[in-house]
Write a protein that binds this ligand. Structure first.
Ligand code: SAH
Length: 458
């Protein structure tokens, strides 16, 4: 690689206009066609930046000063925004965040999917885009002999102490602070990642906003938890909303939070929450959407796009704990859900029971294996809903969807790039993309969620 040929060199100071934002929220400027990624900048702004690193095709620079500001720039309300990395776009006002998310969908669909002339509606946002998260997971550590708990500094494993996160529901912050005090009171040793010693690794708190039920999960390195009974009693006293205290044991050298084993210390194994009229039981390790207000908006849109009259058989692929399946079951004749994690399927079955919905069946397995098998057994759904992880749908699944000729497909996506790729395949196979609705599930972050409706071409 000949660095000399690049239009900029490391340590150069450049003045540039920001043209675009990456899906990670960094501004993009071009110098003679060479892209520079510059965090904390906004399209339309003219800025001065210092070049930090140059690769063959693109480089990175650091913002020095904003010379011409755009009106969508605001002072990030969180004092630790730049250190933390949990949020990426607090420096954009909310309206601009919603536009950014819609534009991501529009651009990626066209660029990667060749899909144009399809309505992509304005992103559905929150009235109050703060204090929305129902789950907080906080690493514990030590500094100068003091117990601390907070977040990992951006791109590092250094824990920064924190007592307030403005995207968390307040109950979560209160609970984390209380547990920090209790753990310090009994001199519980935090986990030391390097030496693989100590007791308390993470505390995870989940809160059911509609039911007021609070779960505390203490993630420990081994089974032993000194002063266990005192800790339980003090948590109950400090947090009157707590209905579930569990211990999860993770003895592995890993940055995965949970281990395999979960012990009930007090109360129930589950907390409950409602999305619409459906009640969900959520256990310590279950996947459950983190923004309950917007989850309802998302699922209602999925239900609208499914356009059910009551006679339909519906498949819900990648169903998790059956959240969308149960929503659909209120309006369909029959729903079949499939999901790869066995515990999620047992939660899904439990959730069907507690809502007295008996027109749903759940299967454990890979969607790309189970759905072709259902097809071979004569299952012919009128509607198919997919909600895959970031990597999108498996090719084999898309093939089967095309063979099945369902009248409608509803695609819930957390990644516009794989959505675009998959829509292209479905379009080539006889489906038409009708409409796309981005929904803001994660205000202040760059995550882009959307629901798409496809129908069979006539
Ligand atoms: N629809 C659910 C969950 C969506 S998350 C909700 O809204 O809550 C995506 C889910 O797909 C996860 O639960 C994950 O475990 C599951 N999954 C991942 N790969 C899979 C596969 N190949 N087949 C079936 N499920 C899969």
């Amino acid at each position: 690689m000949n660095q000399k040929k690049l239009p900029v060199q490391k340590n150069d100071i450049v003045t540039v206009e920001i043209e675009d934002l990456t899906h990670e929220g960094a501004g993009v400027a071009k110098i003679e066609g060479y892209a520079l990624f510059i965090p904390n900048t906004i399209p339309g702004e003219v800025i001065e930046a210092k070049v930090l690193k140059t690769n063959k095709g693109y480089g990175f620079a650091k913002l020095l000063t904003v010379k011409e500001e755009v009106q969508s720039r605001i002072e990030p309300p969180c004092p630790i925004f730049h250190e933390c990395g949990g949020c990426q776009i607090q420096h954009l006002n909310y309206e601009a965040q919603l536009d950014f998310k819609r534009n991501q969908v529009v651009n990626v669909l066209e660029r990667l999917g060749g899909i144009k002339d399809v309505p992509v509606y304005p992103t559905l946002g929150m009235e109050e885009p703060w204090k929305y998260r129902n789950k907080s997971q906080v690493p514990f550590g030590e500094r100068d002999g003091q117990l601390i708990a907070g977040f990992y500094q951006k791109r590092s494993h250094r824990i920064i102490d924190m007592d307030h996160c403005i995207i968390q529901q307040e109950e979560n912050d209160i609970a984390i602070q209380a547990i920090k005090e209790i753990a310090a009171r009994y001199q519980i040793k935090p986990y030391d990642e390097e030496k693989h010693r100590g007791t308390l690794r993470h505390v995870v708190v989940r809160y059911g906003k509609k039911t007021g039920e609070l779960m505390v999960v203490l993630v420990t390195r081994g089974k032993e938890l000194p002063h266990k009974q005192n800790i339980i009693d003090d948590i109950k006293e400090a947090l009157p909303k707590v209905t579930s205290i569990v211990q999860n044991i993770n003895g592995n050298k890993t940055n995965v939070i949970f281990g395999e084993k979960t012990l009930l210390l007090w109360g129930e194994e589950y907390i409950h929450d409602y999305i619409g009229d459906i009640r969900f039981a959520i256990s310590a390790r279950s996947f459950y959407q983190v923004n309950p207000v917007q989850t309802q908006v998302l699922y209602e849109k999925a239900l609208e796009y499914a356009d059910l009259k009551g006679h339909e058989t519906v498949i819900d692929a990648y169903c998790g704990i059956g959240t969308i399946s149960l929503f659909l079951a209120q309006k369909a004749k029959k729903v079949l859900g499939v999901e790869i994690v066995p515990e999620a399927i047992s939660d899904a079955k439990h959730n069907a029971r507690i809502n007295s919905l008996d027109n749903v069946d759940f299967a454990v397995g890979e969607a790309e294996k189970v759905i072709p098998w259902w097809y071979s057994q004569g299952v012919r759904p009128e509607v198919l809903v997919v909600d895959p992880p970031r990597k999108g749908c498996d090719e084999k699944l898309l093939e089967t969807i095309i063979q099945m000729k369902a009248e409608r497909v509803v695609y819930v996506s957390c990644n516009p790039a794989t959505l675009a790729r998959d829509l292209k395949v479905l379009e080539e196979g006889g489906y038409q993309t009708k409409q796309v609705q981005p929904v803001d599930m994660f205000p202040q972050s760059t995550h882009v969620e959307s629901v798409t409706q496809l129908t069979l071409k006539q």
